[in-house]
Design a protein around this ligand. Structure first.
Ligand code: PGA
Length: 248
């Protein structure tokens, strides 16, 4: 049985004080063992949030990382910097990073490999645009993203650390959610790809989240699908709605 993982991606929201206040407000109500709960605040809030959730089951996630160990990379953040504040998960390849910061599949793969060296779980985001779906290319697009992201990642790491988030771009921040069957169909397809790359047993252990306009009103239906093992929540993770989603 795969344990569900519900992550809140705050994106570029909440400066330190507000982040602090919000975590104090919701902390006790998202502190559960039923599902893995991950908060992904902005870099500047990581340390503070790390302290605030230290005595809870809530885990800390980052929204991005760089794939070099250290050096002259102005503005970037290394995996060691993340682990120094107890980061356990890191989102990679979010569609906003692919779109606005030209992140490629190759970079996603390098970031995932570097995170795994230090035992941080990558949450690898994949997903198609509306045009790609309308053209019937969504399966091919996602297949390529998954295969490239997982290159050279060994089976032990895949089985114990990798999380995939299927996020159709047309559903992110739009209020339009994929139907639960569309979401489950793609998550199942991703599992089949992992089974082909590794084995079915390994694929059965990998957690695959759905992301894109997840809210309290649709969380339960989405999370009860056979191949959906959690949610990556954007907008709704900034409010009390996140409490409702975690306690779906
Ligand atoms: P959303 O964002 O929940 O606001 O649609 C999801 C995401 O980008 O991870």
């Amino acid at each position: 049985m795969r344990k569900k993982i519900i992550a809140g991606n705050w994106k570029m929201n909440y400066a330190v004080n507000k982040a602090d206040e919000f975590v104090n407000e919701i902390k006790d109500r998202i502190n559960t063992n039923e599902v893995d709960v991950v908060l992904c605040p902005n870099f500047v809030s990581l340390e503070r949030i790390s302290d605030l959730i230290d005595d809870s089951n809530i885990k800390l996630g980052a929204q991005n990382v760089y794939f070099e160990d250290k050096g002259a990379y102005t503005g970037e953040t290394s995996v060691d910097m993340l682990t120094s504040v107890n980061v356990k998960y890191c989102i990679v390849g979010h569609s906003e990073r692919r779109k606005y910061f030209n992140e490629t599949d190759e970079m996603v793969n390098k970031k995932a490999l570097k995170l795994l060296e230090k035992d941080v779980s990558p949450i690898i985001c994949v997903g198609e645009t509306l045009e790609e779906r309308d053209a019937g290319k969504h399966f091919d697009i996602v297949k390529e993203q998954v295969e490239k992201a997982l290159q050279n990642i060994d089976k032990e790491k895949v089985k114990s650390k990798i999380v995939i988030a299927y996020e159709p771009i047309w559903a992110i921040g739009t209020g339009v959610t994929a139907t639960s069957s569309q979401a489950n169909e793609m998550c199942k397809y991703i599992r089949d790809i992992i089974a082909k790359l590794y084995t079915q047993n390994i694929a059965d252990l990998v957690r695959i989240q759905y992301g894109g306009s997840v809210k309290p009103s649709n969380a339960k239906e989405i999370l009860e699908q056979s191949d959906i093992d959690g949610a990556l929540v954007g907008g709704a993770s900034l409010t009390n709605d996140f409490v409702a989603i975690v306690n779906y």
